[in-house]
Design a protein around this ligand. Structure first.
Ligand SMILES: *Cc1c(COP(=O)(O)O)cnc(C)c1O
Length: 367
C-alpha cells in the first residue's frame, strides 16, 4: 500500500489552494457571494458566441488573441503591444507573479486582500510581507516605503471595497521605481458614476498611467462588470516590455488560453459600451439603495467603490447571520480572517434581489 500522495512533488504537499466562493447548482438560490453581475452579458456578445459556434471550432484559436488585443488597445487608446490576454484575470495574475515577482526580495501586499495572492506566492515560492490596512481598512502608501521586490493590491480593494485615490497610486509608483507595481482593477468600473469628473483625489482607473510608468501593470477582468465570469477572459495593460515577459511565460505554459468563442464574445462586449455603462450604472445605483437600507437596520458598511459591500451588525454574529441567510437560500461570503470575522460580504444584486436579502435580514433581527 502506498499513500495517495507518494507520487506528489514535494511542493504539492505544502500547497494550500485558494478556496473559491460556492457555485451551487440549485434553482431558487440568490447568489450574492462571488461578485458576479446580476445582469446578463451584452446581447451582442451572446449573438457573437452563437455566430461563431461553427465548423471553425475544429481549428485552434489565434494564440495571441490579436483581434481582441487590438480592440482593447483601441478602447483605451493604447498600443496592442501593451495588452496581454489571459484565461480570466486569475491566470493573468498567476503569470504576472511568475514573470515579475519570482526574485529574492519580498513582495508586499495588504493583510486584508484578495486571498489568491498568497496562494500564487506559495506556488511560485515567492517571499512576501503583509502590510496592514489602517484602522479604517484603508491602504496607506507610506507603509509601503520599504525595500521590496514588487507590490500588488486590488483597487478598489477586496473584500473591503475601499478604493485608493489616483494621487496615492502616482505617489506609490514614484516611490518604487525599481519594483513592478500591479494594480488589480477587477472592480474599478464600479468606482465612479460614469458622469462624474475624474480628479486626482478620486478613485479611478490608472490604465493611462501605463504610458508614463514602465513599472506599472494594470489587470482587468471581464468577469464582474462585463458579466463574463463564465467565459474566463482577463487582461493586463502595461509597458510593452512587461507584456513581453507575460507572453514568454504564457507561451511556456499554454499557447491557446482563450478559445475562439471567448475571443469573439469579448470583442463584441467591448463593442457595446452603451449596454456596459447602463448595467454598471444600475449596479452603482442599487449599491447606494442597499447601503442605505442596511444603514437603516443599524449595519456598519465600509464605504464601497465596488459591486459588493463588507458589513457588520453590532448585535449579530456574522457567521450566524451568514448561516441564517443560507438556510433561506441566500448565499453571501464570510471570511474568518482576523479583523473581518464579524463582517459579511454581500454582492450587490438587482434592487429586487437586494430587497429579498433585506427582508430575510429583518426576519433574523426579529428572532
Ligand atoms: C474576481 C477577482 C479576480 C478574478 O477574476 P477572474 O477574471 O474571474 O479570474 C481578480 N482579482 C480580484 C480582486 C477579484 O475579486
Amino acid at each position: 500500500m502506498t499513500d495517495k500522495n507518494t507520487f506528489w512533488s514535494p511542493l504539492v504537499h505544502q500547497l494550500e489552494p485558494y478556496i473559491p466562493g460556492e457555485q451551487p447548482v440549485g434553482d431558487n438560490l440568490l447568489k450574492l457571494n462571488t461578485n458576479e453581475s446580476p445582469y446578463p452579458p451584452s446581447p451582442k456578445a451572446l449573438a457573437a458566441i452563437a455566430t461563431h459556434a461553427d465548423d471553425n471550432l475544429r481549428l485552434y484559436p489565434d494564440p495571441e488573441s490579436t483581434q481582441l488585443r487590438n480592440v482593447i488597445a483601441n478602447y483605451y487608446n493604447l498600443d496592442s503591444e501593451q495588452i496581454f490576454i489571459g484565461n480570466g484575470s486569475d491566470e493573468v495574475l498567476a503569470h504576472s507573479f511568475n514573470a515579475f515577482f519570482r526574485q529574492p526580495k519580498k513582495i508586499l501586499f495588504p493583510d486584508l486582500t484578495y486571498s489568491f495572492y498568497p496562494v500564487y506566492c506559495q506556488l511560485y515560492q515567492i517571499n512576501y510581507d503583509l502590510v496592514g490596512l489602517n484602522d479604517s481598512f484603508e491602504i496607506d502608501i507610506a507603509d509601503y516605503d520599504q525595500d521590496n521586490g514588487g507590490i500588488i493590491f486590488p483597487n478598489p480593494n477586496a473584500p473591503t471595497g475601499i478604493g485608493l485615490s489616483r494621487a496615492a497610486i502616482v505617489s506609490l509608483l514614484e516611490r518604487n521605481p525599481q519594483s513592478v507595481v500591479i494594480v488589480d482593477e477587477a472592480y474599478i468600473d464600479y468606482a465612479l458614476q460614469s458622469d462624474a469628473i475624474t480628479s486626482s483625489e478620486s478613485v479611478a482607473s490608472v490604465v493611462d498611467l501605463t504610458r508614463q510608468f514602465n513599472n506599472l501593470l494594470v489587470v482587468h477582468t471581464l468577469s464582474k462588470s462585463r458579466a463574463f465570469a463564465g467565459m474566463r477572459v482577463g487582461y493586463a495593460i502595461g509597458h510593452a516590455d512587461l507584456i513581453e515577459a507575460l507572453q514568454r511565460v504564457k507561451n511556456s505554459f499554454n499557447s491557446y488560453p482563450i478559445d475562439r468563442l471567448a475571443q469573439q464574445a469579448a470583442i463584441a462586449s467591448f463593442g457595446d459600451d452603451a449596454y456596459f455603462q447602463f448595467t454598471v450604472d444600475k449596479v452603482i445605483a442599487s449599491r447606494a439603495r442597499l447601503v442605505s437600507d442596511l444603514d437603516e437596520l443599524n449595519f456598519a458598511c465600509l464605504p464601497s467603490a465596488a459591486n459588493f459591500v463588507l458589513v457588520r451588525h453590532p448585535l449579530l454574529d456574522a457567521p450566524a447571520l451568514a448561516s441564517y441567510l443560507r438556510e433561506n437560500n441566500i448565499i453571501v461570503r464570510y471570511f474568518s480572517a482576523p479583523r473581518i470575522d464579524q463582517y459579511i460580504r454581500i454582492t450587490v444584486g438587482t434592487d429586487q434581489q437586494n430587497q429579498r436579502l433585506i427582508t430575510v435580514i429583518k426576519q433574523f433581527l426579529a428572532v
